[in-house]
Design a protein around this ligand. Structure first.
Ligand SMILES: Nc1ncnc2c1ncn2[C@@H]1O[C@H](COP(=O)(O)OP(=O)(O)O)[C@@H](O)[C@H]1O
Ligand SMILES: [Mg+2]
Ligand SMILES: [Zn+2]
Length: 336
């Protein structure tokens, strides 16, 4: 899958920073140990120079074999002395080596196998992380968590469906928390239904946060912004693959406020194809909407909506608009 240059640069910078950190730390360890145990510095230098002497002996020719053997023996003795000193002082034998985050590529992003240079999985992961970061840049990701989700805002009186919102929302909350905690690439799709201000966005962001922390790539996008980005790209003719690829390829896609976007004959197929391709790939998707099932069908065809609802767990949100409830509470605090 293709990433833009910008994302590529960001990912390579991420790895390069890890590499430099590892090397800087190794250098600091080296300087500290040299200071504490000066003999180690002598040994490291002697080991280096015995290598150079061996190379010279080879170049000189003549009776190199005997000299090489001697140098090799000396080198082994020096190395063994160094190892012993380090061990006796409580250091690991490879304490002078940089401790790279990725042992396969030493944080370069590439490794050799059968004389072919391959992209390391750690660079792939960084690419997908950077693409997500770029796409989530404008999402209010970190304000909504499971911790600051409160059940206190939901009424304890039964509603017209004889459901007690607080009890019901307790179940919804637990369901979402478990969903995030056990998230995998085979997790179910979720459909959040309910009026404005009942916590649909809040819980989807809480899931996003936790799933990101588990190391999955997550894209949270509102349907209007998704459509806007599609249209911008169409208009400017610049085909930036990040968004289009990532929304299909990311581990979890969250589309907020489906149905509130301005739809027309061009935008509907985009959303349709997107949802459809995720369903086909079996990649989890969370969709929330203020619309009823019937209203959604009117916008997105019966075929898509019935398919979607057949392959998703439906969660209904009940209660009173929490934005208004919060304001009321603030007023009460002020007057009391
Ligand atoms: N249970 C809750 N506890 C605390 N804050 C909440 C809760 N539900 C919603 N909110 C807050 O109320 C506001 C509206 O909620 P939101 O999730 O945007 O509703 P929806 O997406 O259903 O329209 C947001 O600021 C959100 O953080
Ligand atoms: Mg919302
Ligand atoms: Zn690697």
């Amino acid at each position: 899958m293709g990433y833009s240059k910008k994302v590529f640069r960001a990912a390579e910078a991420k790895l390069s920073e890890r590499k430099q950190d590892a090397e800087r730390a190794a250098e600091e360890r080296r300087r500290k140990i040299y200071r504490l145990i000066p003999r180690t510095e002598e040994l490291v230098k002697a080991i280096g120079s015995s290598g150079i002497r061996a190379a010279r002996a080879v170049v000189r020719g003549g009776n190199a074999t005997e000299e090489l053997e001697k140098l090799r023996a000396e080198n082994l003795r020096l190395q063994s002395e160094l190892r012993t000193i380090l061990r006796e002082n409580g250091y690991k034998e490879d304490v002078f080596e940089p401790d790279y985050s990725c042992k396969r590529c030493n944080d370069t992003g590439y490794y050799e196998q059968d004389n072919v240079t391959l992209m390391c999985p750690c660079l792939r992961k960084a690419l997908s992380e950077c693409a997500c970061e770029e796409l989530n840049r404008y999402a209010p990701l970190y304000q909504s968590t499971f911790e600051n989700f409160s059940l206190d805002y939901y009424p304890t009186e039964p509603n017209e469906h004889r459901i007690v919102p607080r009890e019901h929302m307790d179940k919804v909350y637990r369901y979402c928390r478990d969903y995030a905690a056990n998230f995998s690439l085979h997790s179910q799709n979720l459909l959040f239904f309910g009026a404005t201000g009942l916590g649909k966005t809040h819980l989807s962001l809480a899931i996003a946060n936790e799933v990101i922390q588990k190391g999955f790539s997550v894209i949270y996008v509102s349907a209007p912004s998704l459509i806007q980005q599609y249209e911008q790209r169409m208009r400017s003719g610049s085909y930036d693959e990040d968004l289009l690829d990532m929304v299909t390829d990311c581990d979890l896609l969250i589309i907020d406020d489906l149905g509130s976007e301005f739809t027309n004959q061009f935008t509907v197929p985009h959303i349709y194809n997107l949802i459809n391709s995720r369903l086909l790939l079996g990649r989890p998707i969370i969709i929330s909407t203020n619309l009823s099932m019937r209203e959604l069908e009117r916008q997105y065809t019966y075929r898509l909506v019935s398919r979607l609802s057949g392959e998703a767990e439906k969660l209904n949100f009940f209660g009173r608009d929490i934005r208004i409830e919060k304001k009321k509470l603030k007023k009460v605090e002020k007057t009391s």
